[in-house]
Design a protein around this ligand. Structure first.
Ligand code: ADP
Ligand code: MG
Length: 334
């Protein structure tokens, strides 16, 4: 097995969110002691409700959020960087290798630039091409891979639909030749009919260009459709991670179970059976003691309110942080 492209170890991201006149500051752990590996060539899904820390984790891996404790290591076979201790010249190089695809293709594209200039900009900013001909050739190459044609390159973003704009954003993210991509809610703003097109394009690009993806979504059904591995987050913690098929055939954490039961089934007989996840995610400034999910968990008992469960590694690649998972979901009938 080759080394993972991204290794996150005991990562904590802390934000200071308030000052008090008495000198007492308020802090929030957006990410709390998270460890995970993203293997080369994988489409790694990160799922959880809004506020669970997905964007912050993606940003920390891109060195765009503070690494307050722990480590993030990037390794693509050519370079290896310890992001907590990265030099400025390494960081410059890392920006070419690791890129973000934004959520909102409307906000992300400058309305006054042609599509050609939007896609070319990173090449110019990073100094990756020397002549206009070289830049144009690279822009055309990546545009074609993203199913944009020469005619499109001369136009302005307002002339395009949501799905086309997202393809322009994708081309811009890929033009520097990155190996690792964070796609943060990249289809959330699109109509369902367009989502599948963009997801298929991302998959195709992954194959063509040998990319590794961290695919962030609040929507477990989208993640399940495209990802080969899934990590589930709750209030800044990793609560479960497994190969997608394993997660589907037997989720172990009550939170993951609840996310699954909230997906409306495609089976018409099953419609209406989707259960809503009750209650609100607690505030990260005032997390409950014990398991962070205990305030909403139908199975919580005393220990869940007192002791925070650790992520267990039962040895089958399916990790879970729940005091009661074996008892609740792994019972072998007598
Ligand atoms: P998600 O992407 O899962 O919705 P986020 O990573 O955006 O979650 O946010 C996780 C938590 O961190 C939230 O409580 C959010 O308010 C807080 N947070 C995110 N960014 C900042 C920041 N720059 N400063 C302070 N708090 C932040
Ligand atoms: Mg987010």
């Amino acid at each position: 097995m080759s080394k993972p492209v991204v290794s996150v170890r005991n990562l904590t991201v802390t934000y200071q969110i308030g000052h008090s006149l008495l000198g007492q500051n308020t802090y929030l752990n957006a990410i709390n002691d998270v460890s995970l590996d993203i293997d080369r060539g994988s489409f790694f899904g990160l799922v959880g409700e809004s506020g669970s820390g997905k964007t912050t984790l993606g940003r920390a891996i891109l060195k765009a959020a503070p690494i307050s404790a722990g480590h993030v290591t990037y390794h693509d076979g050519e370079v290896e960087y310890d992001l907590a201790n990265i030099s400025s010249s390494q960081l410059k190089d890392y920006r070419k290798r690791a890129q973000l695809i934004f959520q909102d293709p409307y906000a992300a594209l400058s309305p006054r630039m042609t599509v050609r200039d939007i896609i070319a900009e990173p090449l110019e900013v990073m100094g990756l091409t020397k002549t206009r001909e070289e830049t144009d050739a690279r822009v055309r190459e990546i545009a074609a891979k993203c199913r944009l044609n020469l005619e499109h390159l001369r136009r302005f973003p307002h002339a395009f639909s949501g799905g086309q704009r997202q393809r322009i954003s994708i081309a811009r993210a890929l033009v520097s030749g990155p190996k690792f991509i964070v796609a943060d809610e990249s289809v959330a703003a699109l109509d369902v009919s367009i989502q599948a097109d963009v997801l298929n394009l991302l998959k195709q690009l992954q194959d063509d260009l040998g990319l590794t993806f961290l695919f962030i979504s609040h929507d477990l059904s989208v993640v399940a459709h495209i990802c080969d591995h899934v990590a589930v987050m709750y209030l800044g913690r990793l609560v479960e991670t497994a190969p997608t098929r394993q997660l589907f055939s037997g989720a172990r954490h009550p939170y993951t179970k609840a996310l699954f039961s909230a997906i409306p089934s495609l089976d018409p007989d099953d419609r209406g059976k989707a259960q809503k996840l009750e209650g609100e995610i607690p505030s990260p400034t005032d997390p409950p003691p014990g398991c962070k999910f205990n305030t909403r968990c139908p199975h919580a008992v005393d220990i869940c309110r007192q002791e925070e469960p650790k992520l267990e590694h039962p040895g089958d690649g399916h990790e879970v942080a729940c005091h009661r998972w074996r008892e609740l979901f792994d019972m072998v009938p007598a």
